[in-house]
Design a protein around this ligand. Structure first.
Ligand code: NAP
Length: 278
């Protein structure tokens, strides 16, 4: 990114809170790597005003925005056209202002997650995957894994939410949160899509159940090492935090917004990465 001028194309991310978002660092690094005259900013939009902010994008001349908490559902309502993923999820994390001024909404979290699994050497079509949680992140992951023909088990503390998430993928099973011991034994890949571990909470099952054959992906990226990730490494499992998914969803959004392939190396360099085996 050189000097910002009147000709610079502006994109950004709307959310509340937004100050600690890593998206500006990731996207601006990508613009610099490709020499694009673009700038990406964090836009603090209070809850309840997401729709209004998104409808204003064409008038402001922004190229588009990423959307984070709490605006993802409002963004889906505000867009003129939704991709299949965004429509299925009722959530949008990327809004593109098209040349005619209409708004296209997509959800790139699932693509980001699949990119991370691929980087870890996991073929979803050959894997039994346990997803913990049934919120926005879990639903995007389940939808993408279903399309990739994974054998899926979704566990959440609210039965109805687990069932609704499992409905997004053909053949996915929904399970009771109290069945985690059995489920961990039955799966190859464990995905934490709950906030458990953000504040040092231990995994919701006995970590001794994790073995070297498991791959563990925590969607949390702050802290870089949750107790689940630490336990997985201690048990000899391949483990990754949420940085890969974060960069993966940003890369897909970058391509939607700019039309260019994403410079992944520069994007990772902006935020680091954490994949390792204990
Ligand atoms: P969300 O929509 O609020 O969903 C959170 C899910 O976790 C819900 O199913 C919730 O259950 C469950 N949960 C929360 N606390 C729990 C507890 N103590 N025990 C059992 N279940 C619990 O949030 P989200 O947007 O999906 O985000 C979830 C996590 O994903 C966050 O940690 C976030 O950092 C991460 N994330 C990462 C990326 C990335 O790119 N790496 C992207 C998006 C999100 P209830 O419905 O019963 O509360």
């Amino acid at each position: 990114m050189g000097e910002v001028t009147g000709r610079t194309t502006v994109a950004g991310v709307i959310g509340d809170p937004i100050a600690h978002s890593l998206s500006p660092a990731i996207h601006n690094a990508a613009y610099r790597a490709l020499g694009l005259d673009w700038v990406y900013v964090g836009l603090a939009v209070p809850g309840g005003r997401g729709r209004e902010a998104i409808r204003a994008l064409p008038a402001l001349g922004l190229a588009g925005v990423n959307v984070t908490m709490p605006h993802k559902a409002d963004a889906a309502e505000a867009c003129d056209v939704l991709t299949g993923d965004a429509a299925a999820l009722g959530a949008v994390n990327t809004v593109v202002v098209r040349p005619d001024g209409s708004l296209l909404g997509d959800s790139t979290d699932g693509a980001g997650f699949l990119a991370e699994l691929s980087a870890l050497g996991v073929d979803p079509s050959q894997s039994r995957i346990l997803v913990l949680g049934a919120g926005g992140a879990a639903r995007g992951i389940v939808l993408a894994l279903g399309r990739a023909h994974a054998r899926l088990m979704v566990a959440a503390r609210r039965e109805a939410a687990a069932a609704a998430a499992a409905d997004l993928a053909t053949g996915a099973e929904s399970h009771d949160w109290r069945d985690l011991t059995t489920l961990v034994a039955r799966c190859d890949v464990i995905v934490n899509a709950t906030p458990i571990g953000m504040n040092g909470e231990p995994p919701p099952f006995d970590p001794a159940l994790i073995g070297p054959r498991h791959v563990v992906v925590d969607t949390i990226y702050h802290p870089a090492e949750t107790p689940l990730i630490a336990a997985a490494r201690a048990q000899g499992a391949l483990a990754a935090n949420g940085i890969g998914m974060l960069v993966g969803q940003a890369a897909a959004a970058f391509t939607l917004l700019t039309g260019y392939d994403a410079p992944l190396e520069a994007m990772y360099a902006a935020v680091g990465s954490a994949r390792s085996r204990g």
